[in-house]
Design a protein around this ligand. Structure first.
Ligand SMILES: O=C(CO)[C@@H](O)[C@H](O)COP(=O)(O)O
Ligand SMILES: [Fe+2]
Length: 216
């Protein structure tokens, strides 16, 4: 299991120090980009990603919750993104958007809101590096995990097996030390966790606890 702490729950007035706390224990840094249109919240853009890139070599996992992501892909590539994930619901020409991300030599992910069926991405699964299953409605940290999404995780894992593909399965929203084991057992490769890591008293230790909780 890989762990991708989400900086949405970090202290934005002290981002550098907060990311330093987790950089050695985390596998990826999850960066939530929100535009106030696709989701009812506004967060950070390429300028912040570029500033962080100067200090960290950890892979940047950029989750774009924005309309018209094609307009900003090049910007995020130049800012230092390693994985760029777009929402199926935000892309009219999803296949074209995926090709655009890959044309820069970056990994392409596609995310689905809780209500969006897996069937909607069936014909692009062979083209992508990651599927991001949202287990809360996107826009905010600290929400409750939607239990019915466990079945969705199992189903995407089965689709991957049936199609003989090897994209990674990332899960985002409401993951904590109490539910991480069942989320991983359902088929998750990459856990995103924001509030449970950054709002804990020792974020690095919490990542270690996540790894222990899965083995228990
Ligand atoms: O993309 C999002 C929210 O839209 C996430 O990445 C959140 O940042 C996860 O936060 P927690 O639910 O773990 O607090
Ligand atoms: Fe996210």
């Amino acid at each position: 299991m890989k762990i991708a702490p989400s900086i949405l729950s970090a202290n934005f007035a002290n981002l550098l120090e907060d990311v330093k706390k987790i950089e050695k224990d985390a596998d990826l840094l999850h960066i939530d980009v929100m535009d106030g249109h696709f989701v009812p919240n506004i967060t950070i853009g390429p300028v912040v990603v570029k500033s962080l890139r100067k200090f960290f070599s950890i892979p940047f996992d950029v989750h774009l919750m924005i309309e018209n992501p094609d307009l900003y892909i090049e910007n995020f590539v130049n800012s230092g993104a390693d994985i760029i994930t777009v929402h199926q619901e935000a892309c009219i020409h999803l296949h074209r958007t995926i090709q655009k991300i890959k044309s820069y030599g970056k990994k392409a992910g596609v995310s689905l809101n809780p209500a969006t069926p897996l069937e909607s991405i069936k014909y692009v699964l062979q083209d992508i590096d990651m599927v991001l299953i949202m287990t809360v409605n996107p826009g905010f940290g600290g929400q409750k995990f939607i239990d019915s999404m466990l079945k969705k995780i199992e189903e995407i894992k089965k689709m991957r097996e049936d199609l003989g593909l090897n994209f990674e399965i990332e899960v985002d929203g409401g993951i904590n030390l109490y539910n991480v084991k069942e989320v991983v057992e359902a088929g998750t490769d990459i856990i995103v966790a924001g509030s449970s890591i950054f709002e804990s008293s020792d974020p690095a230790q919490t990542i270690k606890e996540f790894r222990k909780a899965v083995k228990r």
